[in-house]
Design a protein around this ligand. Sequence first.
Ligand code: NAD
Length: 349
Amino acid sequence: MEITDLNIDGYESVKRCIDTQSGLHAIIAVHSTVLGPALGGMRLWHYESEKEAMFDVLRLAQGMTYKASCAGLALGGGKSVILGNPAKKTPELFRAMGSFVESFGGSYITAEDVNTKVEDMAEVNSRTKHCVGLAGKSGNPSPKTAWGCFVGLRAALEEVYGSDDLTGKVVALEGAGSVGAIYAKLMADRGAKIIAADIREESARAVAEECGGTIVSPNEIRSVDCDIYAPCALGGSVNKETIPGLKGKIVCGAANNQLLDADDGHALRERGILYAPDYVVNAGGLINVYNELVTEGYNEQVAMDMMEKIYTNLKEIFAIARDQGLCTSDAADRFGDLRINAALEAMQA
Ligand code: NAD
């Protein structure tokens, strides 16, 4: 196993691991441990190149720093990506990944993410104790992430419509995976009409059946007539190309890094579309796994109660945006910076 330190500006530690025996090619990025150990999921994706994987892991790790800060958790931000074919994952791959995680000595704590499941985490856990979201503890974070999105959506609905009533609201759901499917059901159960799209058509179809909704192709979902666009696939779906076509008044979903670049937040504001910042809205899973680390031990009710903070945080962020004439993504960054800067000042005092 060959682990190489890559010096990346603005990040505490970024390392690459190549393990020929298991076929592992992975990167772990620790963005910040100012508020605590860097916790962030392990993503397995068929990246075209290491450059693409690096772009992803760096943005995701930084997003985790802000996610933890906004959620009020004693955690920093980090992330890991495995470059590989999700259809060919093996226990050996995850055991090697466990050793890579262990090499960070606890400054990075991992959990599941896209294409990694609770059973994969069990393999990771056989080589490192710095792993959360395990079976028998807080378990799969996806239902909690979905719940957190739904809690956040209430705040966005109130901001735009003056009420959180979902009756008759049309939701364009992009990505009918672990989080998207549950989020869709939560909305459908409260009267929303779901239009689902997924590159795996059968997943979109299953959600549509469960929710009494319809499906469209992934090419259509970003411009379909709707009230809410819910990005629950991968990042970057809100960008210069897609923003002009978005029909909804709200963007609120689980995907990390929904905006391709910072300007996209301004473009949404100019179009009068309320963006519920991704790292605030999708913190439910993080809040849940964080509760595995507290000395009292995991308590689901305590974790669920903490998720209400997503609603109050968004209210505060929307108010900052309104009062200071900012787009909500910038307002969220300022909100997240408050705790990080206070901790840095305390360290330097
Ligand atoms: P998942 O892999 O279970 O689901 C993602 C779905 O999106 C899959 O069904 C996939 O086929 C689909 N998809 C991929 N590209 C697509 C495209 N271009 N168009 C339409 N569909 C596409 O992943 P998940 O756990 O549900 O996570 C979804 C998103 O939420 C990810 O961005 C993830 O990082 C983020 N997130 C997840 C959690 C969690 O607890 N699982 C927590 C925070 C953030």
